[in-house]
Write a protein that binds this ligand. Sequence first.
Ligand code: NDP
Ligand code: PYR
Ligand code: MG
Length: 418
Amino acid sequence: MTDSTRRQAALDYHALPTPGKLSVEVTTPAQTQEDLSLAYSPGVAEPVHEIAKDPEAAYLYTGKGNLVAVISDGSAILGLGNLGPLASKPVMEGKSLLFKRFANINSVDIEVDANSPEQFIQTVASIADTFGGINLEDIKAPECFHIEETLIERCPVPVFHDDQHGTAIVTVAGMLNALEIQGKQIEDVRIVCLGAGAAATACCKLLLAAGARKEQITMLDSRGVIHAGRTDINAYKGEWARDTEMRTLDDAIEGADVFLGVSGPNLLSAEQLGRMAPKPVVFACSNPTPEIKPELAHSVRDDLIMATGRSDYPNQVNNVLCFPFIFRGALDVRAVRINEEMKLAAIDAIRSIAREPVPDSVRAAYGGVELSFGPDYILPKPTDPRLLPIVAAAVARAAVDSGAARLPYPQHYPLQPL
Ligand SMILES: NC(=O)C1=CN([C@@H]2O[C@H](COP(=O)(O)OP(=O)(O)OC[C@H]3O[C@@H](n4cnc5c(N)ncnc54)[C@H](OP(=O)(O)O)[C@@H]3O)[C@@H](O)[C@H]2O)C=CC1
Ligand SMILES: CC(=O)C(=O)O
Ligand SMILES: [Mg+2]
């Protein structure tokens, strides 16, 4: 497919058969006078009274318990930058599509035109109780950290910034598998993280929790290495400042085992890739254009494991492998928050699936190619029907065991694949 054919196909996909990617469906009878008198006036007054008496009744009489809002201010849309709330709508509709397609969670997208983080927080906090959970998306650093921390405290339902935690969970799951295939230990590897924003910060924190050593991680922002002499960095970046002579990606990449790109398009050169250690792992996760294109990377070396955030190459490291399923588990036990135990459980569950034989339906959806645990298959595909039962169950169990759940482990688990 040429670039212009792909562009037109993408525009047609969004315009046809009706604009956008989602619609709303009615789940109760609404044909007769009797139906309407139950659905609306006078019948609707009965659940109103029940919810006014006990807010928990909203889970029984409304769609709240299976409804997640995808909310953005459009300040970091994929790797495209700050293009504003309305331009983020196709991405947010896309996330809602993925919630429905992969975890049967109803989802609406909300794009907030806010003048300040406080205004954004106030807007989200005032509507949060409408939903069973809030998925924050594509909000740039450093504002995203304060926004998420504050909303977690203020909202009665789980709040999860997907670009931080969804990305980190999938990255760590993929990284542990990739390092194992390359015969390396996470404790030993030198990691270069290009990007110092929402995704980078959360990925590196979770890599530490998985065993990586902080002194082995070099983080870079658009001005270069985050080092102890920098006076132009905020406190979030300051946590990653190293006492080092390295200043540029050129310096940092020499002999590195891992390149994690969560920054922008085409920022890692073939020459730089060539100077990484033997058997490197390269996660070029910027969307839609990775830090280095797989064709170029593979032309430079044949000993690497290469991943991108995209669906059209092997090894998709993308938060789609996490957010539908972590919310499914969280909603089903009515978790008050999504905690570290639930994240670690999601990592183990996701990475374990990649080691099992792949169902025919997945192979068929990916053009019939052979998929088995190895350099070109480090993570399950998003269409893998095992993700829903296995990841949701692991997350729900962790929520119950860690005290985050308000309901017991669901009797109807494990879920049937969709
Ligand atoms: N595959 C996946 O699942 C996901 C991928 N991503 C990708 O990660 C990228 C960042 O997203 P997110 O963290 O949400 O955005 P943020 O805006 O929070 O962070 C962007 C970071 O990239 C840095 N950056 C920009 N240009 C350069 C450059 N030339 N060299 C080095 N660093 C640079 C910025 O530096 P500075 O701080 O100096 O401005 C900033 O630290 C996007 O491309 C996005 O598509 C994000 C989430 C999930
Ligand atoms: C995948 C995603 O959330 C991003 O690139 O921002
Ligand atoms: Mg995103």
